[in-house]
Ligand binder design. Structure first.
Ligand code: AMP
Ligand code: MG
Length: 277
């Protein structure tokens, strides 16, 4: 069974996060071996991105969601860092600005969606508007409850335009989160990452669980699936995500475009003449 099959949220199914082991890794798979396999996947990912760029026909949107310290930034660095920056853009969604909240919630995400030939990575996304917004009552339920349909329609629109949409929920458990906060406190290179909000959100753990479960259950579709990635082990998280992205891109059957000129003629007219001269 591939990681794509193992971690994909079946459309229409009910996700129950506490039943999913955040510390999962395949039996017998050792870290060293997993890291080697990850290296191979990233190599393939780079080739596929090059084809995506050259073919200029499809685009790829990666959505990363998860609790604080789940590993969204680390995933971007490790899995997508090796991509060619010319064909890749990261958009990080923070508390909306005055301008952003004066528009519909999809507006700021739509303009950040990848153009043809491009990879777009959302570090948080339009899903915040059914997560933090719901947990903290930032808008009435009558407003956020309509957003699941808006999201599904939006993602269907992107799909119809040739965008492969892959959404990853980075699944960590409570203990792992606390441990990661601890590392942010003790490691001077990570101090900047810790914020009051990290600790003040912890009491809302269960409300977030409910909000995530609804978003994952209601918005995993055939053309824009959610994947729940066991993310306590960073090396396994990286391997699983890279593998799933590679699987999906392979299915696009991309080809380098045909040359726009007659290769024989070019060879005869210029190349051989230059070599002779
Ligand atoms: P970080 O990703 O750690 O830089 O934090 C960004 C913060 O912005 C998080 O606390 C998010 O919950 C918050 N945020 C992102 N999108 C929204 C939104 N639509 N409404 C309210 N808060 C948001
Ligand atoms: Mg944060």
């Amino acid at each position: 069974m591939t990681y794509s099959d193992a971690f994909r949220v079946e459309p229409g199914s009910e996700v129950q996060l506490e039943k999913i082991d955040a510390g999962f890794k395949p039996e017998g798979l050792k870290r060293k071996e997993g890291e080697r396999e990850f290296g191979r996947k990233v190599g393939r990912l780079r080739e596929l991105q090059h084809q995506l760029y050259a073919e200029d026909k499809h685009s790829l949107l990666i959505v990363l969601q998860g609790r604080d310290a789940a590993g969204k930034d680390g995933t971007i660095r490790h899995v997508f860092g090796p991509l060619n920056p010319q064909g890749c853009r990261v958009a990080s969604f923070k508390v909306p600005s005055k301008l952003e909240v004066s528009h519909d919630f999809l507006w700021r995400c739509h303009i950040a969606a990848p153009a043809r030939g491009q990879v777009g990575i959302f570090n948080r996304s339009h899903y915040e508007d059914v997560l933090v917004v719901r947990v903290h009552d930032l808008v009435p339920e009558a407003t956020w409850s309509k957003r699941f349909d808006h999201i599904n329609n939006f993602e269907a629109l992107l799909h119809d335009k040739g965008t492969t949409v892959l959404k990853f929920y980075l699944h960590i458990d409570r203990d792992e989160q606390l441990e990661r906060f601890g590392m942010r406190i003790s490691d001077p290179a990570r101090n900047w990452k810790i914020s009051d909000a990290d600790y003040s959100e912890r009491p809302y753990w269960d409300q977030y669980t409910e909000a995530f479960e609804d978003a994952l259950s209601r918005c995993s579709t055939e053309n824009a699936p959610w994947f729940v990635i066991p993310a306590n082990r960073k090396w396994f998280r990286n391997l699983a995500i890279a593998s799933i992205v590679v699987d999906s891109m392979e299915k696009l059957n991309m080809k380098y475009p045909e040359p726009s000129v007659d290769m024989d003629e070019i060879r005869r007219k210029y190349h051989q003449a230059e070599n002779a001269g």
